[in-house]
Design a protein around this ligand. Structure first.
Ligand SMILES: NC(=O)c1ccc[n+]([C@@H]2O[C@H](COP(=O)([O-])OP(=O)(O)OC[C@H]3O[C@@H](n4cnc5c(N)ncnc54)[C@H](OP(=O)(O)O)[C@@H]3O)[C@@H](O)[C@H]2O)c1
Length: 342
């Protein structure tokens, strides 16, 4: 089949494109800018179109002949942009992709939303009908696109919404790497009691779910939380990362509220100067936002089974950080970890 993946050079996009190509599909990836990943995708055999989902002409052009669309492109970590940028990419951009898909008769449209639309989960684990309470503009704009997806479903486009939990695994150069990098030093400062729930999602499990959503008659017009089998308290997560690295990590505790205040101040001070703050509210939320989800609906309707468990996923991820030079290859907390990015 001819398949369009927006955000194909991203962490999830690359893994999905690789799977699709290996299963014999003709893949076009729409991406924002040229880079190392675009070359990687071309080597895999995908076509890469450079352009933005905010540009309707580019979107219409790469929709040509597509039977399936995976819409993964999103403004996610951009710090030095006005909040309206998130709206342009995540809401208007999604509308553009839906409009073009509908106009060109695409068979299925899979929108990658986020579990973050549920914000802090008050009553864990949350199912899809739990309160929608996005906690920041990223989560808010990801949610605002969902009713637009449903609008196009009512117009006849077969749509499925997936709300992934915290994605990790080989290929992720940033998010979990921050945890690994800190744990590798042998000490992980914990702000708060460490009992906040966190729900990881190993990249291969997510790709499995995306592939299932591609099948005709599965999940039409529905939304699904996608996560690993188990959620964990963040202190346990840190210890499990330690195990995956062979590090017996020390976890001193500190109060969280000073960090929350500092996050707000840093963001306010840095933004006018176009600087990325060292800490900011979304990062601090990691210590205090409960994320634990019930994935029964995806199991029942899509046949989703998270194949890779936490300790195996963390071990594979640790191996990848070491083999790619993100972490020192030595299995000891005496070793120095370092970031490729410096
Ligand atoms: N990572 C998580 O834990 C997580 C959790 C829940 C949901 N999600 C959602 O899952 C999806 C994939 O996440 P990810 O972590 O794989 O994201 P990612 O690595 O940040 O990739 C996002 C991709 O979108 C592209 N992009 C950004 N703005 C664009 C635009 N205007 N036009 C075209 N392409 C654009 C980026 O291209 P450039 O790199 O060239 O800018 C990048 O390739 C996203 O929709 C995200 O919201 C992620």
């Amino acid at each position: 089949m001819k398949i369009l993946v927006t955000g194909g050079t991203g962490f999830t996009g690359t893994a999905l494109v690789e799977r699709l190509v290996s299963e014999g599909h003709a893949v076009t990836a729409l991406d924002y800018k040229e880079g190392l990943k675009t070359e990687e995708l071309r080597r895999l055999g995908a076509e890469v179109v450079i352009g933005s989902v905010t540009d309707r002409d580019v979107v219409a052009r790469c929709m040509d002949g597509a039977e399936i669309v995976f819409h993964l492109a999103a403004a996610f970590r951009e710090m030095n942009v006005p909040e309206s940028f998130y709206d342009e990419v995540n809401v208007q951009g999604t509308r553009n992709v839906l409009e073009a898909a509908h106009a060109s008769g695409v068979r299925r449209f899979i929108y990658c939303s986020t579990c973050g639309v549920h914000g802090n989960v008050d009553d864990p684990p949350a199912a899809e009908d739990a309160p929608i309470q996005p906690a920041d503009y990223y989560q808010k704009t990801k949610y605002e696109a969902e009713p637009i997806v449903n609008e196009y479903f009512r117009k006849g486009l077969k749509t499925v919404i997936l709300r992934p939990a915290a994605i990790y695994g080989p290929g992720d150069p940033e998010r979990f790497f921050m945890i690994y990098k800190r744990v590798a030093t042998g000490t992980f400062p914990m702000f708060g009691d460490g009992k906040t729930y966190y729900h990881p999602l190993y990249i291969d499990n997510l790709v499995d779910a995306l592939m299932l959503a591609m099948e005709d008659g599965k999940g039409d017009g529905e939304a699904y939380l996608i996560a690993d089998e188990e959620y964990v308290e963040i202190e346990r997560l840190v210890r499990e990362v330690g195990k995956s690295l062979g590090v017996d990590v020390r976890i001193p505790h500190y109060p969280v509220w000073p960090l929350v205040a500092a996050g707000h101040v840093c963001e306010k001070v840095c933004r006018p100067f176009g600087l990325t703050p060292p800490i900011f509210p979304r990062r601090v939320d990691w210590f205090r936002q409960n994320r634990a989800f019930d994935i029964s609906k995806a199991k029942r309707d899509l046949g989703y089974v998270p194949r890779v468990g936490l300790s195996e996923g963390l071990k594979r991820t640790a191996q990848w950080y070491r083999s790619e030079g993100y972490l020192s290859p030595v299995d000891s907390q005496d070793s120095q970890s370092y970031s490729k990015a410096g």
